[in-house]
Design a protein around this ligand. Sequence first.
Ligand code: ADP
Length: 480
Amino acid sequence: MKSLDFLQAANRCLVDGQWVGEPVDPVLNPATGAALAKVPCFGGEMAEEAVNAAGRAFGSWSTVTAGERARLLYDWFAEIIAHKERLARLLTMEQGKPLREARAEVEYAASFVRFYAEEARRIYGETIPSQRCSERILVARQAVGVMAAITPWNFPAAMVTRKVAPALAAGCTVVLKPAPETPLTALALAFLAQKVGFPAGVLNVVTGDAVAIGKVLTEHPKVRAVSFTGSSEVGKLLMRQAAATVKRVGLELGGNAPFIVFDDADIDAAVDGLVASKFRNMGQTCVCVNRIYVQVGIHDAFVVRLKARIEALSVGNGMDEGVTQGPLINKSAVLKIEQQIEDAVTRGARIIVGGRKHRLGGTYFEPTLITDVSSDMLVTREETFGPLAPVYRFSHEADVIKQSNDSPAGLASYFYTRDLSRAFRIAEALQFGMVGINSVNLSVDNAPFGGVKESGLGREGSRHGIEEYTDLKYILIGGL
Ligand code: ADP
């Protein structure tokens, strides 16, 4: 298998320009349950070494020209694209998503590297009219320092570059701790970064004990920014840990996305959007639709069309041609979806399609549609992170807004309508960081991705994403 070249490079960690550690922790292929490779199991000590290396590298990296940082980022982008197929195969093997989605993820991941290569040269300051003729006020943007990134398993490539590329562009140096389920793609990306010539210590990757490494990354005084994507529970813990040294904290936590279909919507477009958003990555994204509210006038027609589309999904090993649904990441993901279905059915929901573990065994699960869902069910309150589509029926606009907003999460939301005034009214009323109107394609490199309420802090992507890694410096010049 060609990807093994990458695995050989990716079974050690990168600290201060050296590949270190012994391969110990197995990385499993969720499609087969077999071990793919092993990675080092480091604790806090190696995390500290990595932070110190990043601290040493910061002095020179933050002072080379923006053009030089941009050049390396462009070269990294080109390497990622040149290795797209091998990276995609590696990604599918460790994460499970269909190869077509893995290829799209590698392109999406690379797009952040290119975007922030461009943006590196646009970190502008300001001049402000001063109070005195003899003075001038300048405002500069400077890199915050060492940045620590902790990333999840659902987008093993894109969540790395969405954090690392803007930080490097700004002049920060980085210590990355990838998810234990999917460290290989992250290590392969670091391998390519090293290959194009990022200096030693600028990008470090440490795998191993999440708690011990996380503690160092959030408590070490040299780390000035922490960026995390993952569960709300861990995000809150990291925020508390980072408080003692008052670090910048960027958090992309859980969502509970509503998807509202009004009577006047284009039903086919809504069904297309729903299937794309709900079943992408087997439902394992934080912007996946979680609650589907359909207005009474079109409810039945919508359910009929959705049922047909869900029945046409193809479950299997993501490496196989034509597969649209791979395995779930692990057994607890299967347990969670089973609990939500059981709870919903006990409280009166009806299973229209699916509802059980797939006959392929392992962590494969049948794409599932349930109707007659109500707000007292577990599926309303919890993020599913799996291929379960629950449909609620609603009559009035005011009620559906109230129900949609009745969640501590506020990441993505979607609605379908052809009424322009309704489009503005609803978009403004939804308490979410992102709203898709007649579209589910929120995730792009040049738009600000992020949530409100307990879904997180800060934005990733777009010019706003780079601001997370810069501080404003106010320079007053007198005696002129
Ligand atoms: P999930 O439950 O979906 O795996 P997590 O929030 O547990 O989500 O994981 C996201 C990332 O956070 C992973 O890289 C994981 O290793 C890391 N992580 C989990 N617990 C901690 C912790 N206590 N400190 C630092 N990182 C952690």
